[in-house]
Design a protein around this ligand. Structure first.
Ligand code: FES
Length: 314
């Protein structure tokens, strides 16, 4: 039986508050905490680990393992460290959990906490406004954007020394800057990143399935071949779902680490394969070579996000 949100919470036979929210582990899809709003009139919400729920008496009532005084020791909910499941897509969660009505929270990955989500939504609103205006200015844009439709430059970028990637099957992030010219605007330097994995033979096989990976220019000519037994594999720093930046993160279910995208919680293993979440394809492997001095060089290929197949954009 699952208690309802708004169920009474008791400590040692004394009602101390009501359940106001639940917190879900995005990887296991299990409830990790219940959030209890105190009855003290100030509306303070405390997060109680699910292990501290002694008994679910009914849908309307739960008993916690604490004294009324001890309840005050549970941490206060830091609401900005969580997003609701309306803001993220967690695959299959609804098959597993039915909590109505009220908020179900998912913790932001620790690496992403502090990133102001409001900024994201503000930018999103601007983007939607731009899209609405687009048909009106299309003829002008078409003229101005002509320079963008030029062949890929296929330039190699040095991103750092391979010695930094010491451990096998662990994601290591390299940052680099590249010039980017948007239509008639002056060229700007933008910061980008890629992830490199020092791959064991098993991971090489999972990525390349025994076949060398060819990369092509806009005319269909081969510009580079990643050997299938190459020990270093580079992935584009953009999530193939909708292009967010992702991180290497150790989790309860994946203590050795996985790539985790904070936007909609896609999870990829060290071979870039999708373990969970809405991502439509594996991480995008980049052309990569290591020069004699150990410098990692990549071609900054970019593919369209949100589609099953790789459609090259850059
Ligand atoms: S952008 Fe949606 S999961 Fe990464």
């Amino acid at each position: 039986m699952q208690p309802k949100l708004t169920a009474k919470a008791l400590c040692a036979d004394k009602e101390i508050g009501k359940i106001s929210k639940v917190i879900v582990d995005p990887l296991s899809h299990e409830i990790s905490h219940v959030v209890v709003r105190e009855l003290n009139g100030q509306g303070i919400e405390r997060q109680v680990p699910i292990g501290q729920v002694q008994e679910v008496v009914s849908e309307e009532e739960i008993v916690l393992r604490c004294s009324p005084e001890g309840f005050g020791q549970f941490p206060v909910l830091e609401r900005d460290q969580y997003v609701t499941i309306k803001e993220v897509e967690i695959a299959h969660l609804e098959d597993h959990l039915h909590v109505e009505p009220g908020e179900i929270l998912v913790p932001l990955p620790r690496l992403e906490q502090g990133v102001p989500r409001r900024t994201f939504f503000t930018n999103m609103t601007h983007a939607i406004g731009t899209l609405i205006a687009l048909p009106l200015v299309y003829p002008v844009l078409k003229y101005l954007m002509k320079p963008m439709f030029k062949p890929y430059d296929n330039a190699w970028f040095s991103v750092g020394n391979v010695k930094k990637v010491s451990k096998e099957n662990i994601g290591f992030q390299f940052k680099f800057t590249r010039g980017f010219k948007e239509a008639f605007m002056p060229e700007q330097q933008i910061e980008k990143n890629i992830w490199v994995v020092k791959a064991t033979p098993a991971v090489q096989k999972a990525v390349y399935e025994g076949n060398d990976r060819k990369f092509f220019d806009d005319k269909g000519d081969v510009i580079w071949v990643n050997k299938s037994n190459s020990p270093y594999i580079g992935y584009s720093g953009k999530c193939p779902h909708l292009g967010c930046g992702y991180k290497w993160r150790k989790t309860k279910n994946f203590p050795d680490g996985v790539f985790l995208c904070p936007c909609h919680l896609s999870i990829y293993d060290e071979a870039g394969k999708v373990i969970d979440g809405p991502a439509p394809r594996p991480l995008d492997v980049l052309p990569l070579q290591i020069d004699a001095g150990g410098e990692v060089k990549i071609i900054d290929v970019e593919y369209k996000a949100g589609v099953n197949n790789q459609i090259r954009l850059l």
